[in-house]
Ligand binder design. Structure first.
Ligand code: ZN
Ligand code: MN
Length: 497
């Protein structure tokens, strides 16, 4: 099944890859693009349908205003121009999962065009030019029954679920991306990751790649080094994770390089990414645009967003994730590595909220990335799913700084909060966790420890200060951890001097 492939470095020595990425985003509007049916994911098949999304004769579509608003906000976030006037178009095709046999999409009049975004790979910026972002509708879903793989091959019959038919989509298309060299797969991955973060911060989509609400088609062609003419491209489908985006492109670079190096010709086609095997296989020959016989949709009025509305929407754009990350890193004074750990631990929001609740960035980072990360890991939940709020974490830290509890007791306070015993100060009271500051009790414990271990005491008297460790440990055990270790140490050395 797998084709001849060339070594990656060899491929890159002979060819320059050119990328093109098409990303489909399902909007999280409550109703569909052209009818009032629900878009809720996971409902019983065919329970969220009506004459419009079933394409019944005589039914008339109406545009979802919220979807247009989301499309404009996405366009603005991508740095695009917003069309003052645009139309929908029919994309004609045999769609087994679309009863109309055309998709209502946009063709030569997209709502947003000519944008640009910058992504970073290994500290290097790569500018990605956006060709267009247009509105369209999703198709239904086919379920192939009877085969071993769930694919159409070997299936006895196929079932159709039209719940997804008509869900609003935005398709974001880049211009050809050149000059990325060996980094091409990583640049593509960084771009899709950027889109995911950006769309999430806009609040316009669930952006769940595994549920298909963010889908990426990766186009790739190769140019022999030193030439400028674009080669024939393939379009790889079914890349439904960030890792697959990079892996599929790396594979296509090696495969196309092998074809071209052997004097062959790359066939323009869609290809299918096989996650398990780590290879692509041919799909259908790719149609040219003219094969779709696009024409303006006669049943829908043109979209003509007023400039005032566009500017109003521009003012609703949140700070973009990359800008926000840079700002927070500098505000918090974290090194690249420290901040990298925060990002990898999905703790940006939690730390931000903990700092807002009064903790220092360093202490917020410490609690979330060590103690709480460990507990989330043990419970196999996300950090944000732990039953402790950023405000409670800030309160625990405040108790430590006030000397009410030490780090060890603070962990028990966290135990109590996670167990639902209340706010941190309530847990301290209920469990009797406060550090004992009663000097009399401390002195008694210190004397007891000295009496119990005269050898260690003598060593300290002789100037071997390290020997105090055993005595401090004994005092802390005696006081069930409820002593301030620094105070115990000071008292011990004073007694033994
Ligand atoms: Zn409907
Ligand atoms: Mn599309």
């Amino acid at each position: 099944m797998t084709a001849e492939i060339l070594d990656y470095d060899e491929a890159l020595a002979a060819f320059d890859p050119v990328l093109g990425l098409e990303v489909h985003v399902e909007l999280n509007t409550r109703s569909k693009m052209f009818c009032g049916c629900s878009t809720e994911f996971g409902a019983e098949p065919n329970t969220q349908t009506c004459p419009v999304c079933l394409g019944l004769p005589g039914s008339l579509p109406v545009v979802n205003a919220k979807a247009v608003e989301s499309a404009i906000r996405i366009g603005l976030a991508l740095g695009c121009e917003i069309a003052p006037w645009c139309r929908f178009a029919r994309k004609n095709y045999f769609y087994p999962d679309m009863t109309k046999d055309f998709q209502t999409s946009q063709y030569d009049e997209p709502i947003a065009y000519n944008g640009s975004v910058t992504v970073e790979v290994d500290g290097e910026p790569y500018e990605i030019a956006i060709e267009r972002a247009h509105m369209e509708e999703d198709a239904g879903k086919l379920l192939h029954v009877g085969g071993a793989t769930g694919r159409i091959h070997g299936a006895e019959y196929s079932l159709l679920d039209y719940n997804r038919a008509g869900v609003p989509l935005i398709e974001i298309v880049t211009k050809p991306i050149r000059g990325t060299g060996a980094k091409a797969p990583e640049v593509a991955r960084a771009y899709v990751s950027f889109l995911r973060d950006m769309l999430r911060s806009l609040g316009v989509s669930d952006v769940r790649m595994e549920q298909g609400s963010l889908r990426c088609d990766a186009n790739l062609s190769l140019m022999p080094k030193g030439t400028v003419e674009l080669g024939t491209r393939t379009e790889t489908k079914n890349v439904n994770s960030l890792r697959s985006v990079a892996d599929a492109l790396r594979y296509e670079i090696r495969r196309q390089a092998a074809v071209l190096s052997a004097g062959g010709r790359v066939i323009q086609e869609t290809r299918h990414w096989h996650e398990d095997g780590g290879y692509t296989s041919p799909g259908r020959n790719k149609e040219q645009a003219e094969d779709y016989r696009y024409f303006p949709e006669p049943d829908l009025v043109p979209i003509a967003p007023s400039r005032e509305w566009v500017e109003e929407l521009r003012s609703t754009l949140p700070e973009m994730p990359a800008v926000r990350a840079k700002r927070l890193q500098s505000e918090w004074g974290f090194t690249d590595r420290e901040f990298g750990d925060v990002v990898a631990g999905s703790a940006i929001e939690l730390i931000e909220a903990t700092v807002a609740a009064g903790a220092t960035p360093a202490s917020a980072r410490k609690w979330w990335l060590t103690e709480l990360a460990r507990r989330a890991n043990e419970a196999d939940v996300e950090l944000s799913e732990l039953a402790i709020t950023p405000a409670q974490v800030a309160e625990v830290q405040r108790l430590v700084e006030a000397g009410t509890v030490n780090d060890q007791l603070a962990r028990q306070v966290i135990d109590g909060v996670l167990a639902g015993e209340g706010e941190p100060d309530e847990v301290v009271r209920a469990r009797g966790l406060a550090v004992v500051s009663d000097t009399g009790a401390l002195e008694a414990a210190v004397d007891k420890a000295i009496a119990a271990d005269p050898d260690a005491a003598q060593k300290v008297r002789d100037g071997k200060v390290q020997a105090a460790g055993a005595l401090i440990g004994a005092v802390m055990r005696d006081m069930r951890g409820q002593a301030d270790a620094a105070a115990v140490r000071a008292l011990l050395l004073q007694r033994l001097s």
